[in-house]
Design a protein around this ligand. Structure first.
Ligand SMILES: [Zn+2]
Length: 528
């Protein structure tokens, strides 16, 4: 284990609201961006890059609303922009004016530090390229802003023409930049190259400015590159939550932060805030409708999941022998993956994880149920929520949130060829009978809508729960009656996500089982 005696600070700069929005298929509203900014502040990153004011109306609106509505406790909001135009003047430059008008205490500007880009993209001279950076930094500094400079394509530029790249560094430094952020914009660098370049810049810059790193993941090394940069002296790391970003993504702060804090002994977040990491990561995935990779380091659902075979009792004795960090430090938890192969020890461990008292008879009941149900086509490894409900029932629990009397779903094709689906659900909630009818774009959608409508008056917390995925698989027709359908439903309440399962020869029945279990589980855990 690596410990250091003094806790040195590494600043975190989140660019989810700009770089993160470049992912294909992601589009956030201003409201979404406000919610994400709140989450970032709750997590406690040092800087939140809010976007590029002036680039689009959405970002202008975001900064206006942020100024009025956001009360940030831990983070500084940053407006992003670029240097002035070639051969232009700072005073009448639109980009710089937009930056000032965004009214943030800090701004981050992108500066070209690769000669090739200055000559081909900007089509200007190298001297003018350097002047654009220096003039812009000075202008913004005079406007009272803290100025961070993102040195675009720094590592590629430094490889080709280190002298020019260093002139840009020098200009930004001399004219007042507080941060020089070295960017691997094309994402093609490897850790040893990053470390070498950072060391050389550091020699030159000394302690006159804070050096930063901004990596993209095109070689799969964005996290490793960021770690190497810190090792070489950088004290400011830029990245996005869950690694969101164009192409293969940006450096993943959700991985870098715990790496720096737990493995290298740096301080990134305020004391105690690392434990918010898993919840924030899931929340942001949810706002952007971008399901989190279950295998994501630290925060993924499988990050601390043990498919326990023979060594389950060993894990019980010494959890730390099988986990690289205590999952609680990042707000995650140990999870035991249970299947029909599970023995008594695994079931006991799972019961402990869920906080359930189970005697020998109940454990045997679970083992019998698992064997029987998995033979029928259930797959509990993939449906943790259904497993939990099964175990609770074996331990004597019954759900009392509602009781279903009947459910009916009808799909009609009208003469014009349109399909309409309507579901009727009759349920009892607290001795009251509720009958609700709802339409949907398909049977699952319709029964979901009808069941919720029937329950909502008594269980307003259902409003927070929604389905995020619905998977259907036809299992090979091993039985004489034909193929069996397995349905998996993913749901979330914004803080926790869960999966339930249903199996039947009838797809509607399988869907209904999974749906009902999903809502039961959601209500069971809506308290916290
Ligand atoms: Zn970037």
């Amino acid at each position: 284990m690596n410990t250091t005696s003094t806790t040195e600070k590494v600043e975190t700069f989140d660019t989810t609201l700009r770089d993160g929005m470049q992912v294909e298929g992601v589009s956030a509203t201003v409201e979404d961006k406000m919610r994400i900014a709140e989450q970032l502040d709750f997590l406690g990153v040092d800087f939140i890059e809010g976007g590029w004011p002036g680039a689009n109306p959405k970002d202008v609106e975001f900064f206006a609303r942020a100024a009025r509505e956001l009360t940030l406790r831990n983070s500084i909001l940053v407006a992003f922009g670029s240097t002035r135009r070639p051969r232009g003047k700072v005073d009448d430059d639109v980009t710089l004016r937009n930056l000032v008008e965004a009214d943030t205490s800090a701004v981050c500007i992108v500066a070209k530090s690769w000669d090739y880009h200055v000559e081909t993209a900007l089509q200007t001279t190298l001297d003018e390229g350097v002047a654009m950076v220096g003039d812009s930094v000075e202008f913004l500094t005079r406007e009272g802003r803290r100025v961070l400079v993102d040195l675009e394509h720094f590592f590629d530029g430094f490889r080709h023409n280190p002298e020019f790249s260093m002139r840009v560094v020098e200009a930004a430094l001399m004219r007042g930049a507080t941060h020089l952020v070295l960017c691997d914009t094309n994402g093609g660098s490897l850790p040893h190259e990053i470390a070498e370049a950072v060391a050389r810049v550091r020699e030159h810059v000394g302690s006159d400015a804070i050096l930063g790193i901004h990596c993209h993941d095109d070689t799969g090394c964005a996290v490793a590159n960021s770690m190497a940069a810190v090792q070489a002296g950088v004290r400011h790391v830029q990245g996005t939550l869950n690694g969101l970003g164009e192409r293969t993504g940006n450096a993943n702060l959700t991985t870098i932060i715990p790496n720096l804090q737990l493995k290298m002994g740096f301080e990134c977040l305020p004391e105690g805030h690392l434990a918010h990491l898993t919840a924030v990561s899931h929340h942001v995935a949810e706002v952007l409708n971008r399901p989190l990779n279950p295998q994501a380091p630290y925060v993924g659902a499988s990050a601390f999941a043990h498919k326990a075979g023979l060594h389950v009792s060993a894990i019980a004795r010494a959890k730390d022998a099988y986990e690289h960090v205590d999952p609680e430090t990042v707000g995650n938890g140990t999870r035991f993956v249970v299947s029909e192969m599970a023995g008594r020890a695994t079931i006991q461990m799972k019961a402990q994880e869920l906080g359930l008292e189970m005697d020998g008879a109940a454990v045997n009941q679970v083992i019998d149920d698992l064997k029987r149900l998995e033979h029928e086509g259930y797959h509990f490894e993939a449906a943790d929520a259904s497993l939990e409900l099964l175990m609770r029932r074996a331990a004597g629990w019954t759900q009392e949130a509602f009781r279903v009397e009947s459910m009916r779903v009808i799909t009609d094709e009208s003469p014009d060829g349109r399909f309409t689906t309507e579901a009727t659900v009759k349920v009892w909630v607290a001795e009251e009978r509720h009958v609700h009818v709802a339409e949907g774009n398909g049977p699952v959608n319709a029964i979901d809508a009808a069941l919720r409508a029937a329950l909502l008056a008594h269980h307003p917390e259902l409003a927070r729960i929604h389905l995020t995925d619905y998977k259907v698989r036809i299992l090979d027709g091993a039985t004489a009656t034909g193929a069996v359908t397995r349905v998996l439903i993913d749901a979330t309440n914004g803080e926790r996500s869960w999966t339930t399962i249903g199996v039947s020869t009838n797809i509607i029945e399988a869907s209904w089982q999974a749906l009902e279990e999903s809502l039961v589980y959601g209500l069971l855990h809506s308290g916290g």
